[in-house]
Write a protein that binds this ligand. Structure first.
Ligand code: SAM
Length: 208
């Protein structure tokens, strides 16, 4: 799978390639889906949620331009797979991931521990409010789609911090937005690829 993602141009950075090789996707999908773990497709993970397609995750990791030691908040832990990839790049203790479904968060914790990423912090809560307890972050990466960038996120960014998030007026179709905090705290916003994520449900996103 990693070779295919490199050949098709989704993976460009050596650090992203190394992360895909370090995190076994089969350990994050349901047992009945293991045969499909290395296909480039989203798969169900329970609670009506999905683990994203690997090519989409590769695009997000490339857009984030992460360096070792940077601090990352992932919003939407799901299975924990994306958090494991982030951890492989920046270091597990630098990743906090927030999930609104306690059941998914519990399974993600177990998946991360079983694959050597125990130090990733998984918390249960509403990620549309960010997670101020561990701010500032060099990157806030959302894996669920919001109608706009929630007001809470920019203030939790470090200087030159990035938000990488699916943003769109429809709950099921978005554009990947990359917003970088400039020297005066203003966001420089760029639009990347069209995408289709499950909705971000929360106080500063879509209603439940
Ligand atoms: N990153 C995940 C993975 O690697 O498996 C896939 C994430 S799935 C596409 C989106 C996740 O966002 C779901 O697990 C969903 O429950 C979660 N979510 C939706 N709204 C949320 C919110 N306000 N705060 C935290 N998590 C949220």
């Amino acid at each position: 799978m990693t070779d295919r993602l490199v050949r098709s141009g989704y993976i460009r950075r050596p650090s992203v390639r190394a992360a895909f090789l370090a995190a076994p996707r089969e350990a994050f999908v349901r047992p009945e889906d293991r045969d499909e773990a290395y296909q480039d497709v989203p798969l169900p993970i329970g609670s009506s949620q999905t683990i994203s397609a690997p090519s989409m995750i590769a695009i997000m990791l490339e857009e984030a331009s992460l360096e070792p030691g940077e601090r990352v908040l992932e919003i939407g832990t799901g299975s924990g797979y994306h958090a494991a990839l982030l951890a492989a790049i920046v270091g597990a203790k630098n990743v906090v991931s927030i999930e609104r479904h306690a059941g998914l968060a519990g399974r993600a914790k177990a998946n991360l521990a079983a694959t050597g990423f125990r130090e990733v912090a998984v918390v249960v809560g509403d990620g549309s409010l960010g997670y101020p307890e561990r701010a500032p972050y060099d990157c806030v990466m959302a894996t669920a789609g919001a109608p706009r960038i929630p007001d809470a996120w920019p203030g939790q960014l470090a200087p030159r911090g990035r938000i990488v998030a699916p943003i769109g007026a429809s709950a099921h179709g978005q554009v990947l937005v990359i917003a970088t905090r400039g020297p005066e705290g203003r966001l420089e916003v760029r639009e990347g690829t069209p995408c289709a994520f499950v909705p971000l449900i929360g106080a500063q996103a879509w209603p439940a």
